[in-house]
Design a protein around this ligand. Structure first.
Ligand code: M6R
Length: 369
């Protein structure tokens, strides 16, 4: 049932190209419009939205962080992302023109469900992104966009995360189109770029031997730090979460710009720092900022593991280990940059002798608050 893989997690990582393709299937109409499923919200409802909240837990929350960048950029609507367990206890300001997007692989996460109910009590519109048909969260929402990732068995979320990203992009594009901020052809251009990501990902997955070797080298490290900017920041958080969850190692993700405000003191001789580098195309400034952060940590002895785009010819000079990913537009890059971090965590955990699919103290679906 593991399809020849040692762990469900490795099988599910390998299924990611197909999971993305399935989630994209049939979403673009002939007129270039995005088609969502079970959307019991009218276009007028979506035009009336004046603020978006994205609410989730764990890995799904990291997808929500990426969604914020995409939604604000494409729709020009203010978008806040928040942990479900924090959201309803701080008296958030919601009304009928607020769109609340809840993200949950299982559809049964109690914190997310309680946040959803709170949002509905305040009359907000709720749209769920979910991987499990007929589960509680989509049943209680006004609209649903299912991620067609197929069942995810490993406790660590992998293919669900990438398909959640795809769903967030689709919702952002749909909102932008309905609200007249993007034209159908602009939306179709992003969708067709998304449609190329499964092939790009297959190419990336075929070449992960270096990451496996690196995992064996890092298995005894006392800590591993992850840094990124913009959408690379949630990717850094996700890489650190995977490592904590599976390898029981200390790991932390930071916004690279925050290093000098404290965390840089953690860097000692040989401290591994995984650096997620933005594309040099489009937002070269961002990429250059991360490169200077890499130089800063290196100057303090860090061992740098750099995830960068193919064709970024100069970044290698700052990398003790360079992992390249296919070229992808900035907002879509997490579909690529996350994957080596999933494999790194999985392989480090395996090298440390842990049960990769069933980490201690964790459940696949967290149905208590
Ligand atoms: O089913 P959900 O997406 O609501 O689950 C949320 C988190 O519990 C989940 O993503 C958790 O963080 C994963 N085990 C991370 O790999």
């Amino acid at each position: 049932e593991k399809g020849g893989y040692d762990y469900f997690m490795l099988k599910e990582i390998a299924e990611q190209p197909q999971a993305i393709a399935d989630t994209l299937l049939g979403r673009l109409s002939e007129r270039g419009e995005i088609v969502l499923d079970e959307v019991r919200l009218t276009d007028q409802d979506l035009r009336d939205v004046d603020k978006v909240f994205v609410i989730a837990c764990g890995t799904s929350y990291h997808a929500g962080m990426v969604a914020k960048y995409a939604i604000e950029h494409w729709t020009r609507l203010p978008c806040e992302v928040e942990l479900a367990s924090e959201f309803r206890y701080r008296d958030p300001i919601l009304d009928r023109s607020t769109l609340v997007i809840v993200i949950s692989q299982s559809g049964e996460t109690m914190d997310t469900l309680m946040a959803l109910r709170h949002a509905k009590e305040q009359k907000a519109r709720v749209l769920a992104i979910c991987n499990t048909n007929g589960s509680t969260i989509p049943r209680e929402s006004d609209a649903v966009l299912y991620t067609h990732g197929g069942p995810e068995i490993a406790v660590a979320s992998t293919k669900a995360f990438l398909t959640q990203l795809v769903a967030c992009y689709l919702i952002g594009l749909h909102l932008a189109q309905v609200r007249g901020v993007m034209y159908a052809d602009e939306v179709a251009a992003v969708v067709s770029r998304l449609q190329r990501t499964p092939d790009d990902l297959r190419e990336l997955l075929a070449d992960m031997e270096d990451v496996r070797a690196l995992a064996r080298e890092l298995k005894a490290a006392p800590t591993i730090l992850f840094i990124g900017r913009h959408v690379g920041f949630p990717v850094a958080l996700e890489g650190a979460l995977k490592l904590k969850e599976l390898a029981y190692m200390h790991a932390e993700g930071f916004a690279a710009g925050e290093l000098k405000h404290g965390p840089i003191s953690l860097i000692d001789d040989g401290t591994p720092v995984v650096c997620v580098v933005p594309s040099p195309a489009g937002r070269g400034v961002l990429r250059d900022k991360v490169v200077s952060n890499i130089q800063e940590v290196r100057a303090r002895g860090a061992r740098t593991i750099v995830i960068a785009e193919e064709g970024d010819d100069t970044v290698g000079a700052y990398a003790d280990h360079l992992i390249t990913v296919p070229r992808t537009p900035t907002l879509l890059a997490p579909l690529m940059t996350t994957v080596p971090l999933q494999i790194l965590a999985c392989e480090i955990a395996a090298a440390r002798g842990h049960d990769v699919d069933q980490p201690r103290n964790l459940a696949k679906s967290v149905t208590v608050e």
